[in-house]
Structure formats: C-alpha cells, structure tokens
Design a protein around this ligand. Structure first.
Ligand code: DQA
Length: 153
C-alpha cells in the first residue's frame, strides 16, 4: 500500500521548542507532526513522518520510499533537511531519485539569514520551496503537494 506523503526532517529539528524560538517558533516537532497529521486526515492523505540527526539515515528513508517497488513507497516528499540543506550532495542525489513530486520546507526564511544558509542543494532538485512561515510552512507544503499529486491521480 503506497503512502501519500513522506515528510523527512533533519538535524536539530528534534530540539524545536527549546531551540531559538524567536527564529523557529515555539512549537515542538511533535506539535508540528500533530498539526500535519490532522491536516492530512482532513484531506484524506496518509502520512509517514521521519526525523533523524544523521545524514545517511535521511538518505535511506528517502530511498526506501523512492519507487513503486521500494519497501515503503510514497507518492510525494516534503523535506526540511535543516542544516544538511546547505551541505549535502548525498541528500540532493537521494531527492533526485525520488519518483514523485518533492517540496523543500523551512520554518525560517533562510534568505533573510546568514549567507551560508542562502544556498540549498534541496532547492536545486525539489519542485517547490516554502519557507518563513514557522509551523505553517509544513501545512502550506501539504496543501501544495496535494495539488501536484491530484494532477497525477
Ligand atoms: C531550517 C533552516 C536551516 O538553515 C537550519 O540549519 C535549520 C532549520 C528551518 O527550518 O528554518 O536547522 O531548516
């Protein structure tokens, strides 16, 4: 059975709530997961949620959902690769091989921050980017990707 959405979260996002709330908001990652689950339920979408601080584990999670005959196939991918957005060719390659549509999300507006956050490998390979809306970046991405998935139905 194919999952509609895989949401992948990268390093330090498990610290949300404690981590720089003036930048990232006061929601914990569990709060964000709960809001995403609620919206997916309303929209009739199934969701697989993943977080890791380890780059290779994120690559494996994407690989495992990349194709129809993968162990956990997913129709669409939403990724907040966190700091790995700015550094990881391995994640670029993993997202590139994912068959369905993909959206990059960030809680903060990375373009308004330090220079090293201005480049994202994810932006080069994802179909869309949503950033700067705190928790709502994820919810907007779910709405956006559902349109792309509906087109392919
Ligand atoms: C982030 C932005 C990244 O630059 C940063 O390293 C993060 C979080 C965001 O969601 O705003 O860890 O991806």
């Amino acid at each position: 059975m194919k999952t509609d959405l895989l949401i992948v979260n990268g390093p330090n996002l498990n610290m949300l709530g404690k981590r720089a709330p003036e930048i990232y908001g006061s929601d914990t990652l569990d709060d964000i997961q709960a809001a995403c689950t609620e919206l997916c339920d309303e929209m009739g979408l199934s969701l697989r949620w993943f977080q890791s601080n380890i780059e290779g584990e994120m690559v494996t999670a994407i690989q495992e959902s990349a194709f129809d005959n993968s162990p956990h196939p997913a129709r669409g991918l939403i990724i907040n690769a966190a700091a790995y957005s700015h550094t990881s060719v391995a994640l670029y390659d993993a997202v590139e091989l994912f068959e369905g549509p993909s959206i990059e999300v960030h809680l903060s507006n990375t373009i308004a921050r330090e220079n090293f956050r201005h480049h994202s490998y994810m932006s080069l390979v994802c179909d869309g980017i949503i950033q700067g809306f705190s928790r709502d970046s994820y919810l907007l991405a779910i709405r956006g990707i559902s349109e792309k998935l509906a087109v392919k139905r």
